[in-house]
Structures are given as structure tokens and as C-alpha cells.
Ligand binder design. Sequence first.
Ligand SMILES: Cc1cc2nc3c(=O)[nH]c(=O)nc-3n(C[C@H](O)[C@H](O)[C@H](O)COP(=O)(O)OP(=O)(O)OC[C@H]3O[C@@H](n4cnc5c(N)ncnc54)[C@H](O)[C@@H]3O)c2cc1C
Length: 456
Amino acid sequence: MKAPLPLEDLRAIVAGPVLGTSDGGFAEEVSAFNRAFIRTPDVAVGATSEADVVEAVRFAAAHNLRVRMQATGHGAESAITDGLLITTQRLYALSVDGGSRIARIGAGVRWGSVLTAAEPLGLTAITGASGNVGAIGYTLGGGVGPLSRSHGVSSDYARGFRLVTADGSIVTADAEENSDLFWALRGGKGGFGVVTEMQFELVPLTALYAGSIFFDTPHIETVLRSWIDWSASADATVTTSFAIMRLPDFDAIPQPLRGRTVLNLRFAYPGGETEGKRLATPLRELAPAIIDTIGVLPASQVGTIHNDLTEPGPGWVTGGLLNDLDQDFATELLATVGPDQQVPFIVVEIRQLGGRTFVDVPEGSAVGGRASGYTLSLVGVPNPDLFAQVLPAVANQVMSAIAPWISPETTINFAGDGSDAEQFGKAWPSAISERLSSLRMQWDPTGLFAYGPPAG
Ligand SMILES: Cc1cc2nc3c(=O)[nH]c(=O)nc-3n(C[C@H](O)[C@H](O)[C@H](O)COP(=O)(O)OP(=O)(O)OC[C@H]3O[C@@H](n4cnc5c(N)ncnc54)[C@H](O)[C@@H]3O)c2cc1C
């Protein structure tokens, strides 16, 4: 039986809510975008300022509680049953300086808000596929998005962080100050502290030629095989991906797609219509489309290219990175997750990397998988009864079939459950992993911040 925590002491010095498991509002405070996993930390602190974060961290250290943080819960991939959870959604400060093109982004800010704030200045942020994801949690893991080939991974644009470290200090990490920590926070993800603000460089870009094409079941094999060949010499300014989607027969799904297995081919070119059309033509000619949304798109609408779900619900995803693909890979993939197979995945997605993702920032960063050519994600049907056994078992079968093409290292945002030792171990090349471990020891010697597989 755990001794009761003196939460009144914390309430006296923190402006935001301090909630024990039996307090009203606790379940709402800890709830995540991914609803699959139990969330019963000993205490939840809804930070309203950096000072609240400092007090929460000091309280946790004094009472031997491990600390976790949550902005949106998009990365909630395992249960939380102890410790102190700092929720950051109230840290929504956001400002954009048009002159320096730097956005100052608070810990609770989602990408969609950054895109909206940048747009009137003719600027945009290099984000992930969904505007709903938290800007800081995503960028700490590198971040691969719809403009990755033309612009690189998102953490390449991080210019500095403020964070609260394990001893409750407020620390700046940028190219000049604590540059080792800055290196780690660009792709090394967790175990260093609670980031309260990120400085992020925006790019001058107002419009894309972008969107997606849906191909019906009979065309999936042709499109998939042709895309693999096309991608081998694709223009480095174009970022594309495909997803085999098994869509339910729901009213929310557009009529021609409802209840069908389709291939969704995504395309993004950060330039004008004439050149964009020329670059998209070979993909448009692969097969007749059910829907084709590719056209001129405001840069702030980048999230409509993938159209990820925005409603919270139970989620299960695993993945990794792939090396060069060929027709033998296509054969194995179709034999395991193609439209004729009965598999419990609603989405099987492959994104092409390359171009700027191959190139690290001049000063170096902790992003894993720079040399890989493609990402792979398997998204399970949203039935939590299948999460523990069935989905991992079927995913393992798929991974075995395509083993020759799997890159030995991945990147943490695509590694699936970061508390899984095997996935975590592959998330960075060994030299990066070792440097990250030693920096975690330096900044958090007692392991206050719970991150990665459970110890022991
Ligand atoms: C629908 C969906 C779409 C996605 N699309 C992409 C994509 O296109 N590209 C891509 O690379 N990834 C993508 N991801 C993965 C996503 O980037 C990670 O799950 C990311 O961790 C989410 O961050 P969050 O803050 O929104 O989530 P949360 O669950 O709130 O946080 C996840 C983790 O981020 C860290 N974190 C969050 N806030 C802080 C903070 N203030 N200080 C320190 N650490 C913090 C913590 O380790 C935390 O456990 C997607 C995920 C989903 C569910």
C-alpha cells in the first residue's frame, strides 16, 4: 500500500490542477488521444506555467515519483500506472517573429496552431502529417512529414529549447549553450527533462501542389509496383507515400470509399502548379482514380494530404524503416498485407524518405535512420482485445516476410511502442544511442524521467 502523498503541499505552490486518482477531473486530465492504455499515475499536474513544471518536478524528486509528460497523448503507447504525469496542454503560448522567421512554441501547442500563426506572414512550418500532433513531442523524435524529402526532418528546424531538468533547473539548449543537450533533443526524444518552449525556424512557403489519389482494389498491385519503381528515381523535391487502407462501412467515410480496400497515394511538391502537375503526371497515369485531390494547396493545409483521424480512440501502431525497395519486396508485401489477405490492419503505410532526410544538420543531431529510404507503419484495427497478442503476432509475420528490406535502425517516431526494449534498441544507430544514454545519465542521473523500456 502506497503512503498518501501530501498533494496539499503541491497545490499550495502550483497554479494548475493537482489531482490524485480519486479527485474529480482526474480521468479527463490524464486522458490521451490514444485511449487504449490505462492511465493511473499517482498524481497528475496540469501545468499552467514553467514555474508549475519546476514545482512538479521538485515534488516528484522529493517523493520518489517518476515523471512523465503529456501534451496531446498521440504518443501514448503503453500504460502509466505510477508516478507523476505533467500535462502541458495549458502551455499554449505561441509567437512568430516574421523578421527572424522564428516561432516560439509552448509545450502544449499543436502543429495546426503554428501553421495558422505562420500563414499571414507568408511562412510555414515543416511539420508531420497531422496538425493535431503536439509540436514539441513530435520534434523531439526528429519528425518525418509530407515535406520531408524537399525540406528534411522537422528537428532540423529546431533552433533552441528551454527545459526543466531533473534538479528543477531551467536550462537553455541551443547551438551556443548546452550544445550537447541541443544535439540530443533533436531526435533523441526523452529522458532529459520537460521542454517548456521550443524555438523553431519557419520557411517562406505559402502554397504547395499537393493532395492524394485513391485507387480502387483491382489497381492496388499495379500502383504499388509502379510506385516502387518510380520512387527509385523520384525528384528529390517531391515527397510521396502510399497507404493500403481497409476502410469501414461508416457514414463518416466518403461514399465511394466506404467499406473498400483502397490504395491512397500522397503527393507533395513545395512549388508551383505547372511544375507540380508535370511531376504528378506519371503517378496520375498509373491507373484510374476513385478520388484525386492533388492541386494547389495552402501550405497551412498540409494536414489534409494524409487526412489522419482527429478523434481520440484506441490505437495500435508499429513500424520501422526500410532500405531500397524492389519488385521482390512488392511480392512479399502483397502476399502478407495485400488486398486479398485477411489482416487486422486498417492502414499499411510506406513513406519515401531521401533527399534532405539523408542530410544531417551541419552540427549533427540525434535523429536515427538517416540512411534509410522508406518508413513503414502498420496500424491495427482499433480493437484493444487484439493489441496485446494478435496484432504483434501478425505484425511479426509481416516483418519476417519483408526482413531483407528492413533497415537495422529506425527513427523513434516510427518505432512503435518506445517501452518495448527491442524497438527502443533499434531506434538509433549504436553510436548515437550510446551518446544519448550518457547524456541522459548526465542530465538525469537518478532516472527521474521515465523513458524507454522499464529498467531491469
Ligand atoms: C495520428 C498520428 C499522426 C502522426 N504523424 C506523424 C508524422 O507524420 N511524423 C512523425 O514523425 N510522427 C508522427 N506521429 C508520431 C508522433 O510524432 C509521436 O507520437 C509524438 O510523440 C507525439 O507527440 P505529442 O506531444 O503529440 O504526444 P504525447 O503523447 O503527448 O507525448 C508523447 C511523448 O513526447 C514527449 N513529450 C511530449 N511533450 C514533451 C515535453 N514538453 N517535454 C519533453 N518531452 C515531451 C514525451 O516523451 C511523451 O511521452 C503521429 C502520431 C499519430 C497518433
